[in-house]
Write a protein that binds this ligand. Structure first.
Ligand code: ZN
Length: 182
């Protein structure tokens, strides 16, 4: 019995390390970086609490996500999560892509079990739910995608969104570094 418990402990630790590696990999090698050319909607989202910013470009073909790109700066959680977002929404019909975004939002609020079929590498961010202020970092790219989608469907141009917080929240964000985070 003791041995089984020990093995379980090791496998959980292994999973956390794997998740950290996945996040770091997306941070170092964002999957769809840069800006789009031609007709597209572009939104900028800022999370001043942590100093994260993202420019998300989106082109729809009918109701399909034909192209998506992210240019940004900020913490590894915000940048890596946005990279995962591009991977998970590209090529999908919009309703399906929004379903993935909603699944990620639920994961960040600790609702339900991580669903790898739906979220792909997004499951690696499950631990962020324990750091409430950092949830904003993880959600930034997904919120920007939802915003860009809504604007594109409504036939509007891009825009800017700033998520404002008070000074205490900013200090809390700086204190909430995840294990292994640079
Ligand atoms: Zn951040």
């Amino acid at each position: 019995m003791e041995k089984a418990g020990l093995e379980k402990g090791i496998s959980i630790l292994g999973l956390e390390e794997l998740y950290q590696e996945i996040i770091l990999d997306h941070y170092k090698k964002p999957r769809h970086p840069g800006r789009l050319d031609g007709g597209h909607v572009e939104v900028r989202h800022y999370n001043p609490v942590c100093g994260d910013e993202l420019t998300v470009g989106l082109r729809l073909d009918g109701d399909r996500v034909a192209d998506v790109a992210v240019q940004g700066s900020g913490c590894s959680i915000s940048q890596a999560s946005a990279s995962v977002m591009t991977e998970q929404v590209l090529g999908r019909p919009v309703p399906e892509a929004l379903e993935v975004a909603e699944g990620f939002r639920r994961l960040m609020h600790g609702e339900g079990e991580p669903d790898e079929d739906l979220l792909g590498d997004g499951v690696a961010f499950a631990g962020v739910a324990k750091y409430p202020v950092r949830v904003k970092c993880a959600l930034l790219g997904w919120m920007a995608f939802k915003d860009a989608t809504a604007r594109a469907l409504a036939g509007h141009d891009g825009g800017e969104t700033v998520y404002r917080e008070n000074g205490d929240a900013a200090a809390a964000a700086k204190a909430q570094r995840l294990p292994g985070e640079a």
